[in-house]
Design a protein around this ligand. Structure first.
Ligand code: BG6
Length: 489
């Protein structure tokens, strides 16, 4: 069991879409893990809601299966699961009608934190919000949680923000980007702003370039229909990669406080230069006719949707003038590896002359697998034969360094749901941030459509299309190898 976990306040959490895939894979197992960790108070209540008629008992059986399948091994025993299931209930509601709403209202308690998780398609947000008001469940400090995709473009994001704003204040709206809940992503802020070491050299004068890679081995699987309308740009870059870029590039906020942090992130997004077409490479996994290729899996033999994108991005401000950010993400690549690499410039003068090539310091922040950080430092290669220099890593794997605590490190969803209950919006996207991100992404996607751009095929299990390599070669640089997992076993 876990130490140092402070239970949150008593709460009523209603999960609309309570029998859906996200509830099954992430929300219910995540809540269970927090219960197991001792973070849910005795008075916590979780109510599943969806169209499907179901009894409390049936919903508990659904949750039990979800916990068995998705909560980590060793997390409690049957007794603990049963104690958690006691907190669960279920009400069938009709999002577009009046059925079930009075029953749902009757389950909620006064004077308790109240949160509504909209784990449903955005087309239902307005209906749900309207009925929460009509049936007087929407208290002034209740919270609503919404999932990505938050819109399909700037216009639809503005509409969604408008719909939510009719019913809720911005301080009540929690837009989830689960990357912000990842342990290492928050550590990025701790490392940058909790150490004197990095911040003085965190700028164009010392940083040659930054690489952000989110590589996946999975394909689109059963999500082809959704994904084919989105592509990597909308599915990953507009949100997850953009958030990583913001945290790496932003100015120090004056406080670790929701609006202070989000103001700084917004400034980064607004400082992004429009991307030139020759600074982006799109790819699609497999050859067009290949059975396990993208087109077959997406169910459209002529699909022009990208499953890979690599780009060179410029942040136009004083700190980053001249330091490119290279972003890439893709599916069915060589390995599952997400990392941010800050590649520093070489020393200005080599005292070792010709015999030693100048090396570079690289700070790598590994998101997954094996969350951790690594700093490449230059030393003398041991042994005789003059002064030859090599890079060796100073490696810190969090799991290793924090062996005891890491067993209880919450997963992204767990942390974010607890933040909703605590009323802390720091790790959630503000409406203007999401709109600014779309305003930058839209012209790129429109450009592809206008030009009839077709993504380059790339081999399954590769590093992506060769053109992505050229993107950096042209600048005299090189992508870090996706294969490398420089972690201790
Ligand atoms: C989701 C995307 O937001 O993030 C998926 O829709 C992607 O396409 C997933 O696979 C990646 O998340 P993680 O946490 O596994 O890196």
């Amino acid at each position: 069991m876990v130490s140092r976990v402070i239970p949150v306040e008593p709460f009523d959490l209603v999960i609309f879409g309570g029998t859906g895939d996200l509830a099954r894979r992430k929300i219910l197992p995540g809540l269970y893990r927090r219960f197991w960790a001792g973070q849910l108070p005795e008075e916590a209540r979780i109510i599943g809601a969806s169209r499907k008629p179901m009894s409390d008992e049936e919903f508990r059986a659904f949750a039990r299966e979800a916990i068995d399948a998705f909560a980590i091994e060793g997390a409690g025993d049957a007794e603990m699961v049963a104690a958690f299931l006691d907190k669960l209930g279920y009400v069938a509601v009709d999002a577009k009608g009046d059925g079930g709403w009075p029953e749902l209202g009757a389950r909620l308690r006064d004077g308790t934190v109240r949160a509504f998780y909209f784990s449903v398609g955005p087309s239902l947000f307005g209906d749900l919000a309207e009925r929460l008001h009509k049936y007087e469940m929407a208290t002034p400090d209740c919270r609503v949680v919404v999932e990505k995709p938050f819109g399909h473009d700037l216009e639809t994001a503005q509409e969604l923000n408008g719909t939510l704003a009719k019913f809720f204040a911005e301080k009540q709206i929690y837009r989830i980007d689960h990357y912000l809940g990842k342990e290492t992503v928050q550590n990025l802020m701790a490392v940058r702003f909790g150490n004197i070491l990095f911040e003085p050299i965190w700028n164009a004068q010392y940083v040659d370039h930054i690489q952000i890679t989110v590589a996946e081995t999975v394909g689109v699987g059963g999500r082809g229909a959704y994904y084919d309308k989105s592509g990597a740009m909308r599915d990953m870059v507009q949100n997850h990669l953009m958030q990583l870029l913001c945290l790496i590039a932003m100015e120090p906020p004056n406080m670790f406080e929701p609006d202070a942090v989000r103001d700084e992130k917004l400034k980064v997004i607004r400082a992004l230069q429009p991307v030139e077409p020759h600074h982006i490479v799109r790819g699609q996994y497999g050859q067009p006719e290949q059975e396990d290729g993208y087109r077959a899996e997406a169910g459209d033999p002529r699909s022009k949707t990208e499953s890979f994108v690599a780009m060179r991005v410029a942040v136009q401000n004083w700190r980053w003038a001249g330091t490119p950010f290279y972003l890439r993400t893709g599916k069915k690549l060589r390995a599952r590896e997400s990392e941010i690499a800050v590649v520093f410039k070489p020393t200005p003068h080599s005292i070792f002359g010709d015999q030693a090539e100048p090396q570079r310091n690289v700070l790598t922040i590994r998101l997954q697998p094996n969350e951790g950080m690594e700093l490449d430092v230059t030393i003398k290669e041991p042994g005789p034969g003059g002064m030859r220099l090599i890079d060796v890593p100073l490696d810190m794997s969090f799991a290793e360094a924090l062996a005891e605590e890491s067993a209880s490190v919450p997963e992204a969803y767990e942390r974010l749901i607890m933040d909703v209950i605590r009323g802390n919006q720091t790790l959630f996207m503000r409406g203007d941030e999401v709109e600014a991100a779309w305003a930058w992404t839209d012209p790129i996607i429109d450009g592809w459509q206008d030009r009839g751009d077709v993504p380059k095929p790339y081999d399954i299990g590769s590093n992506g299309p060769d053109d992505a390599l050229a993107l950096l070669h042209r600048d005299g640089r090189k992508w870090r190898d996706i294969k490398e997992h420089r972690t201790k076993k």
